[in-house]
Design a protein around this ligand. Structure first.
Ligand code: PLP
Length: 384
């Protein structure tokens, strides 16, 4: 497929990166389960010499990911964290990274507990407020980093406005777009320099692979990132690339259903007498509702809420009572999940300024029947 710009994302999700296999014309990209490749002479080969450096199944996945996020280059990784870490390897001692103050717990841990000892400065700003971002820039800021929507409070930040601020200060902008997926927003088209996904979540969508990706436009930086990835070795296995590619084929379809189901659930929760706050970018009560309408093509599959009374105890009972919503970490799969971020996914930020409300309940709304899901939640709330 070399005329990608002509096609809508629903078509790209099915076709981009996937050509009939050159040796057999297999319609589906094979799992090239090989570590090495025969050479016809010294360094004479077909573009592949060792699978840490490149593997055809990974190459197909990368082409697909680049097309979906409208980037020129994509690199697939063994996890979302290794994708983020590889970008951070371009940051040097004495450089400053300005991060959103509401990031995935593992990202906070990587920044503060792993990378800070190498002399990189990290600080955290309220990314929903571009003026606060501008004020937090330092002369040595090399990278501005945020998630939109955030996890788990679903804050939306203005990618185009913050890209301008970052670039004015000579910094890159990296956006972790995991919660949106490329179906709902394409940060590169709004000025971001890097898009990162935990492909573990919506992109693969079946809760059976851990993976990550970086998508970008700049060829020199893409070469540098590939050099770093090959040096570090954080590459995904061919089987995982195959599964992720297969997941991508239904991404547009799945995201549509995630959005539909989550919208119904958010509205039902909003009207429920025992529910205090519902956070969902598709509700006009969401603080960045207008921005979400402008920046995203749908509100996504994640909903967070709190109950009016009963505090942590009621929330703990609630997440144990659901039957269709499985109590588990992670998100973005076809099946619905429920969790309490504070003691689970966000335990690493518990004693930091990034700590989340301990009674906040997070839903990853799957693609099951919306009424079945709603009834499951209502029953659990009545027992909580
Ligand atoms: C899960 C997640 C990550 C980390 O990805 P892994 O694939 O688990 O390494 C990073 N950012 C966000 C927003 C996530 O949800």
């Amino acid at each position: 497929m070399n005329n990608e710009s002509e096609f809508d994302i629903e078509t790209l999700a099915v076709h981009a990166g996937v050509e009939p296999d050159p040796t057999t014309a297999a319609v589906m990209t094979p799992i090239y389960q090989t570590s090495t490749y025969a050479q016809t002479g010294i360094n004479e080969h077909k573009g592949f010499d060792y699978s840490r450096t490149a593997n055809p199944t990974r190459t197909a996945l990368q082409k697909s990911l680049a097309a979906l996020d409208k980037g020129n280059h994509a690199l697939a990784f063994s996890s979302g964290m290794s994708a983020i870490d590889t970008i951070l390897r371009m940051i040097e001692p004495g450089d400053h990274v300005l991060s959103g103050n509401d990031v995935y717990g593992g990202t906070f841990r990587l920044f503060k507990n792993v990378l800070e000892v190498y002399g990189i400065e990290f600080s955290f700003a309220e990314m929903t407020d571009p003026e606060a971002v501008a004020a937090a820039m330092r002369p040595n800021t090399k990278l501005v980093w945020f998630e939109s929507p955030t996890n788990p409070t679903l804050k939306i930040s203005d990618i185009a406005a913050i890209a301008d601020i970052a670039h004015a200060g000579g910094a890159w902008l990296g956006v972790d777009s995991t919660f949106a997926s490329p179906i709902l927003q394409q940060p590169l088209t709004l000025g971001a320099d890097f898009v990162v996904h935990s492909t573990t979540k919506f992109i693969n969508g079946h809760s059976d692979v851990v993976g990550g990706a970086i998508i970008l436009n700049d060829e020199e930086i893409a070469k540098r990132l590939h050099y770093l990835q090959n040096s570090i070795g954080c590459v995904p296995a061919p089987m995982d690339c195959f599964l992720t590619l297969r997941g991508i084929k239904t991404l547009a379809l799945r995201i549509r259903q995630h959005c539909k189901n989550a919208t119904q659930i958010a509205r039902v929760l909003e009207d429920h007498p025992r529910v205090k706050d519902v956070i969902y970018p598709g509700l006009d009560s969401h603080p960045q509702y207008e921005l979400a309408q402008r920046q995203m093509s749908g509100p996504g599959g994640m909903v967070s809420f709190t109950l009016k009374d009963g505090g942590v105890e009621a929330a703990t009972n609630l997440v144990k009572e659901t039957q269709l919503f499985t109590l588990a970490e992670s998100l973005g799969g076809v099946e619905s999940l429920i969790e309490l971020p504070a003691p689970m996914t966000h335990a690493t930020v518990a004693d930091s300024p990034l700590a989340v409300d301990p009674s906040l309940v997070r839903l990853s709304v799957g693609i099951e029947n919306a009424d079945d899901l709603t009834n499951d939640l209502l029953r659990a709330i009545s027992k909580a």
